[in-house]
Design a protein around this ligand. Structure first.
Ligand SMILES: Cc1cc2nc3c(=O)[nH]c(=O)nc-3n(C[C@H](O)[C@H](O)[C@H](O)COP(=O)(O)OP(=O)(O)OC[C@H]3O[C@@H](n4cnc5c(N)ncnc54)[C@H](O)[C@@H]3O)c2cc1C
Length: 494
């Protein structure tokens, strides 16, 4: 008897595609991807706001085995990344495996039959041996709770749900928040809007974005020649260069004082070189340690906020009226449109899905003090469940696609183990997960991320989003080892 485990992947973003590609490329075809949306792409399908682009250079922010010689920009925009994802999925025969418009409501492990039973929004029950939630850390937009929000008569929307029917030409626009999305939106819309009032709670740390000028112009011109651009070595070399850059930056976030000082000085000189007005400079100066919230990259943000039609408002928002945002200094700011750049429910991980493991154990209860998993992938008592981009696998600096690829390899190794050993299921040993978690939490305490509040942390202070080391360390360590698992070869019933 052979057992060919079936795999159900939830989510058709980069994570779900990474898992599917890894299985397919190694000859495993028994998998299905489902996504609640009507197309693939995940965050790159949803975030269509003006200026949406990657912060990681595209040669690094792409699959290592699917290098793209035709990125039109060093840091590709949303549409080009989405087109790349479609192209990779189509060329690798993934489209036949994907079902769209189906949302997973719950998943229950049945130890008697050794399968996951997944209940969908359409009332269907899908059974699979291996359950791979790949729902991302940033797929659930969060709106703030502000008095009077519902009374606003103009258009208002979240940055990840951009309303393209609203023409911003000459409008008075409010931007709430100054995180990663806001600093891309502001330079993109500033030239066309009438006025832009940016409500800032804390100023971000920003280093320059090397869009085009980090290599000498002659070399840059050379790399634009189609014949050179298509040489795989060019992209591998660029990928390697950026890789080294991000590993260097990470050592600053991990606690290397010299690197941290360098990054702080770099961001400070970038800010000071781009802002002349001392009042604006004071507003744009962060009041927390660099890197403890997500560090940003932009060369066009400070020039945009220095334009006469932009006002940075640092008083807190008190309420919203039918036609204005009112701050706690009593000033009413009349606006026509409000864009909420207020981020995502990052720390909630697999919510709102209800997931139950052996004996009906609820994942929500297991994670009530904060999500945790062995290498972000495996949770004791939840057999054959492997989470893509799970707890503590985000990066302060680097490419998440690299992390996806390591996780995908782990999933494939687990599937191959089940097949080879004719086993029904594997569950990570509680003591293995506990000692892993103790190790990473101890290391996380020494990092910059514990120095302020951010979406990397639970209300309790626990850092749940980020991996405490470099990408390379995660890559080396993340391999499926049967010794870490309790293996069930025989079912109790049948
Ligand atoms: C604007 C923006 C810019 C970013 N820039 C960078 C960057 O520069 N560098 C970087 O490394 N990372 C960046 N990220 C992080 C990004 O989240 C990851 O890089 C990566 O794209 C995540 O892919 P994913 O597949 O894990 O998750 P997602 O892309 O979030 O995909 C999850 C998918 O799961 C589906 N889904 C969710 N719940 C369910 C359900 N219950 N049932 C069915 N389907 C479901 C969703 O519809 C979605 O398609 C950015 C994120 C955003 C939002």
């Amino acid at each position: 008897m052979t057992r060919t485990p079936s795999v159900l992947i939830v989510g058709a973003g980069f994570g779900g595609l990474a898992a599917a590609l890894e299985l397919k490329r190694h000859g495993h075809h028994e998998f299905t991807i489902i996504d609640k949306a009507d197309g693939l792409g995940g965050v790159w399908r949803d975030n269509t706001y003006p200026g949406a682009a990657c912060d990681a250079p595209s040669d690094l922010y792409s699959f290592s085995f699917e290098q793209n010689a035709n990125w039109p920009k060093r840091f590709a925009g949303q549409a080009d990344i989405l087109a790349y994802m479609h192209d990779v999925a189509e060329r690798n025969g993934l489209m036949d495996h994907i079902r769209f418009g189906i949302e997973v409501a719950s998943a229950d492990f049945d130890a008697d039959s050794g399968v996951w039973r997944v209940q969908t929004s359409t009332g269907e029950v899908i059974e699979a041996d291996v359950f791979v939630p790949a729902v991302g850390q940033l797929s659930r937009p969060v709106m703030p709770t502000i008095e009077g929000m519902a009374s606003f008569r103009g258009a208002s929307f979240h940055s990840a749900q951009w309303n393209h029917d609203v023409d911003l030409t000459e409008k008075r626009v409010a931007i709430v928040g100054t995180g990663a999305s806001a600093i891309q939106i502001i330079p993109a819309i500033q030239p066309k809007v009438g006025s832009l009032t940016v409500f800032q709670r804390s100023a971000p740390w920003i280093i320059p974005k090397f869009e085009n000028y980090y290599i000498p112009p002659k070399v840059a011109a050379l790399t634009k020649l189609p014949v050179v651009n298509k040489l795989p070595g060019i992209h591998r070399a660029e990928r390697l260069g950026w890789w080294a850059f991000y590993e260097f930056v990470t050592s600053g976030l991990e606690g290397n004082g010299k690197v941290a000082d360098f990054l702080t000085a770099w961001a400070t000189s970038h800010r000071e070189s781009q802002i002349d007005d001392p009042e604006l400079l004071a507003k744009m100066t962060p009041d927390y340690q660099a890197g403890c919230k997500r560090g940003l990259m932009a060369s066009n943000y400070y020039p945009a906020v220095g334009q006469p039609n932009v006002h940075i408002e640092t008083s807190h928002i008190e309420k919203i009226t039918p036609n204005a945002v009112v701050t706690d200094d009593g000033v009413s700011h009349p606006v026509d449109v409000i864009v909420y750049c207020t981020g995502f429910a990052a720390t909630q991980f697999l919510a709102p899905m209800n997931i139950h493991g052996i004996g009906g154990k609820s994942l929500r209860e297991v994670w009530s003090d904060g999500a945790r998993a062995y290498y972000g992938l495996a949770v004791p008592h939840f057999p054959n469940m492997f989470v893509m981009y799970g707890p503590n696998t985000n990066l302060g600096s680097g490419s998440i696609i690299y992390m996806h690829e390591q996780q995908a390899r782990y999933v494939r190794q687990a599937v191959e183990f089940l097949k080879r050993k004719k086993a029904f299921y594997v569950a990570v040993k509680p003591e293995v997960e506990q000692s892993y978690d103790a190790e990473i939490q101890k290391r996380l305490e020494k990092t910059v991320w514990t120095k302020c509040s951010s979406w990397y942390r639970e209300a309790s202070g626990r850092v749940v989003a980020n991996w405490p080391g470099k990408m390379s360390e995660y890559g080396k360590r993340t391999n499926f080892d049967p010794k870490d698992y309790d293996v069930t070869r025989q079912l109790a019933v049948g």
